[in-house]
Design a protein around this ligand. Structure first.
Ligand code: ATP
Length: 660
């Protein structure tokens, strides 16, 4: 029984329904130690036969048996293993991978073995040494002569120590000297106990071997033994074969990304700009939200919602509308806007309410200091709802004290801080039991100067002081507003809801409003704006996805031959798919990293530039934003490479090898 046996091989090509028989019944046997040349006229079917022997062509009739075992050509996995382990290919046009060094080219085949990294390298160097290329291991294929290239290809074919070496016109592109060198190497391989099958047009090459087969019209029409086969040698090196490891595929992808530096740099740059702008806008959204919250919280304590009497019967009115109506009512029917102690008890009973702090609010207050008079503003008693951060000089008001706004303090003295401690006469209008206006006058000491707008810091006085003054003037002393002390900020919303739902005599009694409501609205608007901006920036990510698709397609068509070579060396279809997916993922990852670094630099620069103006980090990129950016960029890369990498994996190996 021969080592390699072909039985009754038939193969036809079809053009439409028309059959073109190429191999018409081939029965052959080959043994180890043979150097067999297949001669024959062009188009006689030599390459077709080699593809069948080499496990590249599965679509034929007949059987191929190695060592007595018939190959099942239906099992792709089995054929991958066969190519990896048993077959070594040498092509006329060398088919070296141009972005790999000569050493790496040989290593690519060795990467499909179970040898360790160091062993692979050692073996690759030895093999290149054997073919006389020791000094050229770190060169790239295009830095070698044709003969040298073919020797690299031979070293690669021998890498996994296959039993069969198939060479299709190995000397077709070489001059006489190189032809001789290559033939000597092939002979030495046969001497080593391997089976060498060479397809050739050259009688000179054929005469070099141990046996010549002549093919004509799809059949072997002549067979000639030139000399005895070389004695069978015990194979010293048994190299165990293994599929390409994910890490090796990743390294190959990296080599190719590096090889195509400029193109990949531009794509990475494009994608990175997209990621950069999306992240920066999201970060800006966070920052603006944070800034507004910070500003508002500096004026008011969010744990203290404010409550006033509800005077509206319109159930559909918003809290703000109710509040406005209560304010207006104060001028016409003050009595209707006061909060009885009894009604406030209802609020006190709500869960999470620690205290209800009574207060007053009057419009059109004025005060005088010496001859300076300040007109027309709101008077509000100090409540814990007002943030003490608003006080820029002095302290919050105690008994017979007042806090005035900075703008008012400046009217009294340009050195506004010096106003603290001075006495002012405060005047405002309140109402008596008959709803008649009553003038209230009080002399108070300025305890502090506040800055921060309307949040009640203007004319803030102490509650007891105001109450005493009202009493003295004969005005109603019942509070007309209150601050609710809620235990935790997260309970404020539910407390305000409950306050607004309280009914007395069948009517809603209160209008409660928290600074949180205002913030919620602002936050929603800010988030929306930042998402819209990020989405606009996101359009560039679509562009980057298209760029990745185009590059992967280009990469696949440029590397069709390489795909064929890898498959011939035994790489599986899924290895090819992974190779291209890895390349896209790599570009996606690099883009994400570059985009993120740029976004952080942008954040730093923007925050630095605006710090003088707002003393707040206006761009705040969160961990969530970073994770989002990485995920989105990897997803884009994966989706973009999906179709091209599948196309690459599905390529027919024979067609791929024939690609220009
Ligand atoms: N994919 C294909 N589709 C259709 N016909 C094909 C295909 N590949 C090869 N053929 C035909 O099959 C025949 C044998 O081709 P093959 O390449 O095996 O010949 P060959 O003996 O190797 O020729 P050469 O010495 O010129 O390389 C030729 O007539 C060729 O046109």
């Amino acid at each position: 029984m021969a080592f390699l046996e072909l039985k009754d091989i038939h193969k036809s090509y079809y053009l439409g329904k028309e059959e073109f028989p190429v191999l018409k019944g081939i029965d052959l046997g080959f043994d180890k130690g043979e150097f067999v040349s297949i001669l024959g006229e062009s188009g006689g079917g030599k390459s077709t036969l080699m593809n069948i022997i080499g496990g590249l062509d599965r679509d034929f009739a007949g059987s191929v048996a190695v060592n007595g075992e018939v190959l099942d050509h239906k099992q792709e996995k089995r054929l991958d293993l066969y190519r990896r382990k048993t077959i070594g290919y040498i092509f006329q046009s060398f088919n070296l991978i141009n972005y790999q060094t000569n050493l790496e080219n040989v290593m690519t085949s060795l990467n499909m073995t179970a040898l360790s990294g160091a062993e692979r390298k050692k073996r690759a160097v030895e093999l290149l040494d054997q073919v006389g290329l020791k000094e050229h291991i770190n060169k790239y294929p295009n830095q070698l002569s044709g003969g040298q290239k073919q020797r690299v290809a031979i070293a690669r074919a021998l890498a996994s120590s296959p039993d069969i070496i198939i060479a299709d016109e190995p000397t077709g592109a070489l001059d006489a000297v190189n032809t001789k060198d290559v033939l000597e190497i092939l002979e030495s391989i046969a001497k080593d106990g391997k089976l060498v099958i060479v397809v050739t047009h050259s009688q000179e090459v054929a005469d070099y071997g141990t046996r010549i087969l002549h093919m004509s019209d799809g059949k072997i029409d002549e067979e000639k033994t030139l000399k005895d086969k070389f004695p069978n040698k015990e194979q010293s090196e048994e190299v165990v074969s293994k599929p390409l490891a994910a890490r090796t595929i990743w390294n190959m992808a990296f080599d190719h990304v590096r090889f195509n530096k400029l193109r990949n740099f531009l794509i990475t740059l494009g994608s990175a700009i997209g990621i950069f702008s999306v992240i920066l806008f999201l970060g800006l959204g966070n920052g603006i939200k944070g800034y507004i919250n910070d500003q508002v919280n500096q004026l008011a304590n969010p744990k203290y919602p404010t409550v006033m009497k509800n005077v509206t019967t319109d159930n559909k009115a918003s809290n703000n509308e109710r509040l406005q109506e209560t304010m207006q009512k104060m001028a016409t029917d003050y009595k209707a806007t006061t909060l009885s102690a009894k009604s406030l008890e209802k609020i006190d009973k709500i869960a999470h309410v620690n205290d209800v702090v009574k207060g007053y609010q009057f419009n059109n207050a004025s005060f005088t200091h010496n001859k300076t008079s300040v007109q027309g503003s709101q008077l509000q008693t100090w409540t814990p709802a007002i943030s003490s951060k608003t006080i820029k000089a002095g302290h919050k008001p105690g008994k017979n004290e007042i806090v005035i706004d900075k703008t008012f303090a400046q009217k009294i003295d340009s050195n506004w801080k010096s106003v603290v401690g001075k006495k002012v006469t405060l005047k405002y209008m309140a109402f008596n039991g008959e709803n008649m206006p009553v003038q209230v006058t009080d002399t108070l000491k300025v305890a502090g100067v506040a800055e921060g707008g309307q949040a009640g810091a203007i004319f803030s006085t102490d509650y007891q002081t105001t109450k005493a003054a009202l009493d003295k003037a004969g005005a109603i002393t019942e509070a007309n507003m209150a601050s609710i002390a809620v235990d935790k900020a997260e309970n404020v919303k539910s407390v305000v809801k409950k306050v607004n739902a309280i009914k007395i005599d069948g009517k809603r009694a209160f209008v409660g409003i928290s600074i949180g409501d205002v913030l919620d609205t602002i936050n929603t608007i800010t988030s929306l704006a930042s998402y819209v901006l990020a989405a606009i920036a996101g359009i560039s990510l679509i562009v980057s996805a298209i760029m990745i698709i185009v590059t992967t397609y280009m990469s696949v068509s440029e590397r069709t031959k390489e795909i064929g070579v890898l498959r011939a060396l035994g790489a599986r279809a899924k290895d090819i798919r992974k190779l291209f997916t890895s390349e896209s993922l790599m570009i996606g990852m690099i883009s994400a990293v570059v985009g993120l670094v740029a976004a952080y630099v942008g954040q730093f620069l923007m925050n630095m530039a605006l710090h003088g103006l707002i003393k707040y980090d206006i761009v705040q990129i969160s961990v969530g934003n970073v994770i989002f950016a990485i995920i989105i960029s990897l997803v884009i890369a994966l989706v973009a490479s999906f179709v091209p990498s599948r196309k690459a994996a599905k390529l027919n190996t024979i067609d791929a090898l024939a690609a220009d």
